[in-house]
Design a protein around this ligand. Sequence first.
Ligand SMILES: [Zn+2]
Length: 420
Amino acid sequence: MNKLADFDNIISPKNGQNLVIVIDPGHGGSNQGALYDGYIEKEMTLTVALAMRDELLQYEQVEVYLTHETDVDMSIKDRADFAAQKNADFLFCLHFNTSKERNYFGAEVWVPAEGEYYAKGYSFAQIEMQDLTDTGLYSRGIKTRLGDFGKDYYGILRYCTQKSVPSVLIEHCHLDHEKDKGFYQQGDEQLRELGRLDATAVAKYFGLKSERLGVDFSGYAVPKTQVPAQRVAPDRTEPNLCRIETTEIREDTGEITLHMEAEDAESYILYYGCSIDGGKTWLPLEEWPRPHAWNSSLTEYDFTLTVPFDQELLLLARAYNGFDLYTESNSIPLAPIPDPQRLAEEARLAQEEALQERRRAQQDYEEIHYEEQLKEPVSSHVVKDWQIFCVIGLLLLLMLLLSFFMAKMIFLLRRGNKRR
Ligand SMILES: [Zn+2]
């Protein structure tokens, strides 16, 4: 076991005695905790707690107690009293989370705000959070929360500090967010896996050994935390910077790339959110990059949104800090991006219309031409009838003249014959 008694943040077990761990499954009995989609928090925390106990019992020189092992009502104060009665070296309170607007995701560890309890909690929480984020969970951070009287908001942490028992409250993940569902929805075995993860973090923190498991954490380097002179207060102010500008608008895909600046001088940026309708509705929150440390965020980030076509846009963003306080950005009005599919369809229809128009014109021309063709023979026929009529008339006239001429000749010949 760790022999680092000179650091206040690391607990060295009482001489020769077993380490005493108390696990507090959050809620129980009529207090069901978070309820979502058929999941009941009190049942989940009990499953995790039992697995955590079973795993910790694999280590040497450890005693483990649960505040309750069945589904019963138990006050917060009774849980802390129970840990004090057992002379606990540490109490681990287990929970699952939900958020009012169903928009948060990730794991968080709440630690007591005062002195060595803060330092011990914070040192353990760093190991716990590292192990949780190694599974893919998003870190919401290691934090304190103060109530109205400036003391710890969470009763279990407040009572444990009063009873001189170091403690932390672990919110494993959110039951009401798509991004966290993969961490608990595969059945009880997955919950037991979380319990074993919690137990391993405890074993690392206390430098435990297990021959049965074949692990030895006695040389484990526990992160050190300075004991604060005053209560560690959470960040109570919104991020000091949140600004957006568009860097690219793709009319063919409707993708808009935004450059966002966000900063919180006292904590860090945890999430960013976007609205395309000026804040009437918001897209799901996304992770804001913290590549170097969980409590140190980048000040600039570029990301791409896909917006609907043919819609008036008013872009707006929010930057959330580690304590869920947000600042809204400047808004950017954008004219609708015409739908390329609609434009193509309209062009196709226009082309078709033009083609039909041409066809109609052609048809009209052909019809007129045909009528003219029909009219022409009729008129020539009429003309031809007149011609025939004239020719016949002329012939009759000629025949008449010829008849006169013949008659006259006959008459003249007769008279000549008489004279002779
Ligand atoms: Zn809870």
